[in-house]
Design a protein around this ligand. Structure first.
Ligand code: ADP
Ligand code: DP6
Ligand code: CO
Length: 350
């Protein structure tokens, strides 16, 4: 069964777990799921009596499914739900068969563009569709959370909040839609791939180190996140780009400050990332100084790649600025086409 999930771009960050096994976060967070036309994970799953074990191929290379690992936990949970379907209805017994899952990301994997969010959301949706599970997106969100925390938000399109929950069993820690994508169609996201290298510190190990060593994270959890979470939801509902942009940039900055406050420190941005920040800061300064509004907001995940949010009317100016200051060999004959293009997926299940 095929499933496609779009990329998640962050407005308010998840960085820290209070339970590493169940993947329960130290704070609530909010992301924007981008449409699937350009950047996406495409996942196909199949079960067959001839398959000898569960297997996963990611971008054409087989990945190990460790027993008891996150992937195995997701598959196990989906199987359990399928068994319930088989018990109740006259459905074929496919829960005992092994699964082959094949996934392809048409954007850099493990480079701070939330591939684990898009990837695990697509995987859970694909197997749930194969199993014909009568599950709601929130129920699937609970499962994908156990694959990668950020994936619990990517089951939904548009503006999505992961409410951290309070229970120790995690049953109240899942994502909910704040607003659908068509609520704010003028809002666009421009992805600037600064580097497609795999990051040096994975999100999983980086955030654990932060939880263990950063005093700034404790301040952020208690005194910063709750208010910002309420404010950004309000800004989204009111389509208030000024407030959305300010909170998004502040939160990106604080996340990277928290990474730096980790021992040993983690550097996710590089010099080009910082230059893009300077460009957006200057663009906004000039606009506000001339009596105008904030034109764009930058945000950086756990990696050097920029996501720039902007109302559609400002995109042309921003793209022109980016290609002027960051020219690339032969890439920008048609910058608008170039920015709209993702790579094509190669084949399906091997
Ligand atoms: P990112 O910033 O890209 O989310 P992470 O370090 O959080 O980086 O996660 C990267 C890992 O997520 C990969 O090494 C892989 O294990 C998993 N992953 C990425 N894409 C997929 C996918 N399409 N299907 C299944 N797992 C995926
Ligand atoms: C920086 O969800 O990748 O993207 O739960 O350990 O798999 P695990 O981590 P992951 O962390 C994502 C962190 C982030 C911010 C965010 O998605 O909110
Ligand atoms: Co991730």
């Amino acid at each position: 069964m095929d499933d496609i999930t779009g990329l998640a771009a962050l407005a308010r960050r998840y960085w820290g777990k209070r339970d590493t096994k169940l993947i329960l976060p130290t704070n609530s967070s909010l992301s924007v799921t981008l449409d699937q036309d350009h950047l996406r994970s495409t996942t196909t799953s199949r079960c067959d009596p001839s398959f000898e074990k569960d297997r996963l191929w990611l971008n054409g290379k087989e990945e190990e499914i460790k027993p008891g690992g996150r992937l195995a936990v997701c598959i196990e949970e989906l199987r359990r739900l399928r068994k319930e379907v088989e018990k109740k209805a006259d459905e074929p017994k496919i829960s005992d068969l092994h699964l082959h899952i094949c996934s392809y990301n048409n954007f850099p994997t493990a480079a701070g563009l939330a591939s684990s969010a898009s990837g695990f959301a697509a995987l859970v949706s694909s197997v749930a569709a194969l199993y014909k599970l009568p599950a709601t997106p929130s129920q699937l969100s609970l499962i994908s959370r156990q694959g990668s925390g950020s994936a619990c938000r990517s089951l939904f399109g548009g503006f999505v909040a992961w409410e951290m929950g309070e229970k120790s069993d995690g049953t109240d820690s899942f994502a909910v839609e704040v607003a659908p994508q068509d609520h704010w169609p003028e809002m666009h996201a421009l992805i600037c791939v600064v580097s497609d290298d795999k990051k040096g510190t994975s999100s999983t190990s980086g955030m654990q180190r932060t939880v263990e060593t950063s005093a700034l994270l404790q301040h952020r959890i208690k005194h910063v996140v709750p208010q910002r979470m309420a404010d950004i939801k309000k800004a989204i509902l009111a389509k208030d780009f000024d407030t959305f942009a300010k909170i998004t940039m502040q939160d990106s900055n604080q996340f990277h400050a928290v990474a730096l406050d980790t021992d040993p420190p983690i550097f996710y941005m590089n010099d080009v990332s910082r230059s893009i920040i300077a460009l957006i800061v200057e663009l906004n300064r000039a606009s506000v100084a001339a009596g105008g509004k904030i034109k764009a907001a930058y945000t950086y995940d756990a990696g050097p790649n920029a996501v720039i949010y902007a109302p559609e009317g400002n995109l042309k100016e921003i793209i022109n600025l980016v290609v002027t200051y960051f020219p690339q060999a032969d890439a920008f004959k048609d910058p608008f086409k170039m920015f709209a293009a993702g790579q094509e997926e190669p084949g399906k299940l091997p």
